[in-house]
Write a protein that binds this ligand. Structure first.
Ligand code: SAH
Length: 277
């Protein structure tokens, strides 16, 4: 694959890395990572993906830090601006798609206001890629003609007031909840309260598309209780609707068959000189 792209010095590319499996990166994302001088990356980025960078590239983690105050959105945006002003090719690497619950729009606005050229490289969002890897068709003609993506967190971490559960319950045949694992009890309670059946199926897809992917199928009324016995970790999606019923039959993904780009050992040697801060 030819590596040349028009990634100009002094510009910022906001790139989606997909939900985890590096095989789901777009060709453009791979080329951008290979060409970047500085990469600002989030917690959900697979290390295999970062290993595609040039050995001299600067890798900067800007995700949440365990027990520490995480870097603010304002700080991230100002870092993007200051690095690009140093005439670097700056890459902002995000999980999934940058414009789906990814704050990509906020960063793009900051760049525009500071007159920094930028482009967006879409990625496969977890709500699409994750469902495919769990054997849940996002649409299936017998079941649904629309999909609804909901975030269980508001901008300040609160339960979003703006979720119109009543209308979603009536009109959305398939509901995909991002950032919902910690709030699964609340999500299910609202859905039942507004009229969905207690017996309706829900799938929890944890670490979708990764080697440790887990799919757990239950019902709205009993999933919270059953989850306490299961080891289900973040990141996870909640999927509510009849399409979930297909998962046990179409669950094709063998977690030990992921195609990574390189062998681990080779990678370690090649990238021993990484500058990482
Ligand atoms: N921009 C991302 C979403 C970021 S919000 C995208 O388009 O996918 C973070 C939430 O996304 C997580 O809490 C989880 O609900 C979901 N998510 C991201 N990656 C995931 C994965 N591999 N498996 C399951 N859920 C995932």
């Amino acid at each position: 694959m030819e590596n040349k792209i028009n990634f100009d010095k002094g510009s910022v590319w906001i790139v989606g890395a997909g939900p985890g499996d590096p095989g789901l990166l777009t060709v453009l994302a791979v080329k951008a990572i290979r060409n970047a001088d500085v990469i600002f990356y989030d917690a959900l980025i697979n290390s295999e993906v970062l290993h595609l960078a040039k050995p001299i590239a600067k890798l900067v983690y800007v995700g949440k830090k365990a027990k520490k105050h995480s870097i603010s959105q304002l700080e991230i945006s100002s870092k993007l601006v200051s690095e690009s002003k140093k005439n670097k090719r700056v890459l902002r690497l995000k999980g999934g798609d940058p414009f789906v619950f990814g704050r990509g729009g906020e960063e793009a606005l900051a760049l525009t206001l500071n007159k920094i050229p930028f482009r967006i490289v879409p990625g496969i969002t977890a709500g699409i890629g994750g469902l495919a890897y769990a054997g849940i068709p996002a649409t299936h003609r017998d079941f649904n003609t629309s999909i609804t993506f909901i975030s269980a967190y508001g901008a300040g971490g609160e339960k979003p007031e703006t979720i119109d559960w009543k209308s979603f319950v009536q009109t959305s045949h398939l509901i995909v909840v991002y950032m919902g694992l910690e709030r699964i009890y609340w999500v299910c309670k609202e859905l039942i309260l507004q009229g969905r059946s207690k017996k309706e199926n829900i799938a929890i897809i944890s670490n979708a598309t990764r080697k440790n992917q887990k799919v757990f199928v239950s019902t709205l009324e009993s999933c919270s209780k059953e989850l306490r016995k299961e080891k289900i970790e973040s990141p996870a999606l909640l999927v509510i609707g009849k399409n979930v019923l297909l998962s046990p039959t179409l669950n094709w993904f063998k977690t030990n068959e992921i195609d990574y780009f390189y062998e681990h050992e080779l990678l370690k040697k090649k990238h021993a000189g990484y500058k990482s801060i």
